[in-house]
Write a protein that binds this ligand. Structure first.
Ligand code: G3P
Ligand code: MG
Length: 240
């Protein structure tokens, strides 16, 4: 399934603004094969490639994303905060992102963040877009911390490969993953223990680690059986 052990986190987010079209192009230019991006909903239901529930950190605007819509986001500069080189970068819709990733031939790990929204609002429109644009389901993983988002995917498109995200891995991880027929468990490398990786692998799931930015930090993890990492610095992992 995976063609690479390295995924570029939020696009190649150490070399371009996170979750921007430039970050996706940069990932392809640097030879990455997979990208991870986040999907969240604006107030009007427009789904954008974005991480936070506000626009404050990664744009020149302020306020909640739920107070924005398809028109108002076009007024935001989402690149200057990162560097002058990216001044004028626009917030991308998830459709723009999907179309670009498909055209670049990259694998996609698409992470849903519901925040206060329902799966019907955030997930349903994206599944429709994927059906319209995405060609190879082997090169697509849908991931989320939100079990409800993954349940929605499993119930509506059981053929999708699903990844369950955890910070602290809970006791009921197996029941949660089994109930959505997940393929992978995406874990915080800082909290992850060898015994957990062994148990998850023994249950038949892949294990991915987010977001180690220094190869030294996950040196042992590869030996534990970790399948892939999701990093802001894929360029530091050329040896893998
Ligand atoms: O999908 C892995 C990672 O992106 C999860 O954390 O907060 O960076 O979306 P976050
Ligand atoms: Mg993410």
């Amino acid at each position: 399934m995976l063609t690479s052990k390295i995924m570029a986190h939020r696009g190649l987010s150490s070399l371009a603004p996170e979750n921007s079209l430039s970050a996706l192009k940069k990932a392809a230019e640097e030879g990455c094969q997979w990208v991870e991006i986040d999907a969240v909903a604006c107030g009007d239901g427009t789904i954008v490639m974005w991480h936070d529930n506000s626009v404050d950190r990664c744009s020149d605007g302020t306020g909640l994303l739920s107070d924005h819509n398809a028109t108002s986001i076009t007024a935001l500069d989402c690149g200057a905060w990162f560097s002058d080189l990216f001044q004028g970068e626009k917030m991308a819709t998830i459709e723009e992102a999907i179309v670009l990733i498909q055209s670049l031939g990259l694998g996609l790990n698409l992470e849903f963040k519901l925040y206060e929204n329902s799966p019907e609002k955030v997930v349903a429109p994206v599944l429709a877009l994927l059906q319209k644009h995405w060609e190879d389901l082997d090169k697509l993983i849908i991931s989320s911390f939100d079990q409800a988002a993954l349940e929605y995917c499993h119930n509506h498109q059981p053929e999708l490969q699903l990844g369950k995200l955890y910070d602290e891995i809970p006791e009921n991880w197996f029941a949660q993953m089994q109930s959505i027929n997940a393929v992978s468990c995406h874990c915080n490398y800082k909290l992850l223990q060898k015994v957990q990786v062994e148990a998850i692998k023994a249950a038949g799931y892949e294990v991915y680690c987010y977001t180690p930015n220094d190869p030294e930090l996950v040196k042992a993890h590869w030996g534990w059986g970790v399948d892939a990492i999701i990093t802001d610095y894929p360029q530091r992992y050329n040896h893998v």
